[in-house]
Structure formats: structure tokens, C-alpha cells
Design a protein around this ligand. Structure first.
Ligand SMILES: [Zn+2]
Ligand SMILES: [Zn+2]
Length: 110
């Protein structure tokens, strides 16, 4: 199960705080207590088989998967992509692309 921040919809990451592992929202800098029966540890990651990468603008490096897609800005045919939960957890995540050439960013709602 993916966990999403109740405030901003960002995917939560397991993070240690005062000896306990909690769910952490990078965007809000907020920790969520796991449910009593829920086991969370630092290796608890996104259990989905699809690879989901959540990043902030500042973290974008050349480490993202690249796909063949036409850049609407410059016509380049390759872009980095990642998924992000933008609204509520009930909605499908948005796919973001960033052109490998000009850095133009756009999103696709699935
Ligand atoms: Zn948040
Ligand atoms: Zn481009």
C-alpha cells in the first residue's frame, strides 16, 4: 500500500524519528504515525511493482528512467519520466515528463 500525505498528496517515505520509523512527507515536513498493526521499517518502500519515483524540482538528476516521447517544446524524442500523486490518493497519479534536451516539463493525467 502506498501512503499519501493527507495534506498535499505526496507519497510518504519511511523515515526514522526518535528511534521509531514513521511515515514522512518531504513536502510538508510532517511525520505520520503508522497504524498500530502496521509494520514500517526503512526498507518498507513502494510495494507497487511499477517503479514510482517521487522527486522535488531540486532533486532532478540524470537518474530517472527515460522514455521515448516527443517534447512539445523542442521536438526532442526522449524525456525523463516519473509519477507523482498530486491530489487525493483515490485518483491515479500524474505522470510527469522532462525533456532530456531542453528541460521542458509537462504532465500527463492517466
Ligand atoms: Zn504533505
Ligand atoms: Zn525539449
Amino acid at each position: 500500500m502506498l501512503k499519501f500525505c493527507q495534506k498535499c498528496g505526496t507519497i510518504l517515505l519511511p523515515k526514522k524519528k526518535s528511534g521509531k520509523v514513521k511515515w514522512y512527507c518531504k513536502k510538508c515536513n510532517k511525520y505520520y504515525e503508522p497504524k498500530p498493526k502496521e509494520k514500517v521499517n526503512l526498507s518498507t518502500k513502494l510495494e507497487s511493482k511499477k517503479e514510482i519515483i517521487v522527486i522535488d524540482k531540486t532533486e532532478l538528476k540524470g537518474e530517472l528512467p527515460v522514455t521515448k516521447i516527443l517534447c512539445p517544446n523542442c521536438g526532442n524524442e526522449e524525456a525523463y519520466w516519473w509519477m507523482q500523486q498530486t491530489r487525493s490518493a483515490d485518483e491515479p497519479p500524474t505522470i510527469f515528463y522532462q525533456c532530456t534536451k531542453c528541460g521542458y516539463r509537462w504532465r500527463v493525467y492517466s
